[in-house]
Design a protein around this ligand. Sequence first.
Ligand code: NAG
Ligand code: NAG
Length: 118
Amino acid sequence: MSRAAIISIAILLITRSGALASISCATVIEEVAPCTSFLQGGSKQPSVACCNGIKKLSGEAGTHQNRTAICQCLKEGLATIGNYDPKRVPQVPKDCGLSATLPPIDKNTDCSNISFMM
Ligand SMILES: *[C@@H]1O[C@H](CO)[C@@H](O)[C@H](O)[C@H]1NC(C)=O
Ligand SMILES: *[C@@H]1O[C@H](CO)[C@@H](O)[C@H](O)[C@H]1NC(C)=O
């Protein structure tokens, strides 16, 4: 295959996945990045920045499609931070005093078949 063909296929794939995703993972990961230390057990409480990120996310989780996207992004993001405690994921919105709930997301979580309320 020619280089140009490969590149145009790559662009097609990127723009298609962009159109399918309701929320960009870069945004999701940026918003929850301050939660890393709490998820890894480094701090007893999620930080204010972490809570604000989760609050912002929960404001965008109005549709099933968005919730699935958020879950998928969290799963991908969590896979890159190394060791963490999945049981602390549902603890974040709770400790932040939000009514949102999150499942204990780990690498085996099936985001397409998950029910949670954000
Ligand atoms: C879904 O996500 C998009 C992108 O972040 C956002 O603009 C939209 O308001 C969300 N929809 C709902 C119903 O929350
Ligand atoms: C996953 O989807 C199947 C079929 O729709 C359903 O029967 C099952 O209860 C779902 N599991 C969870 C954990 O939601």
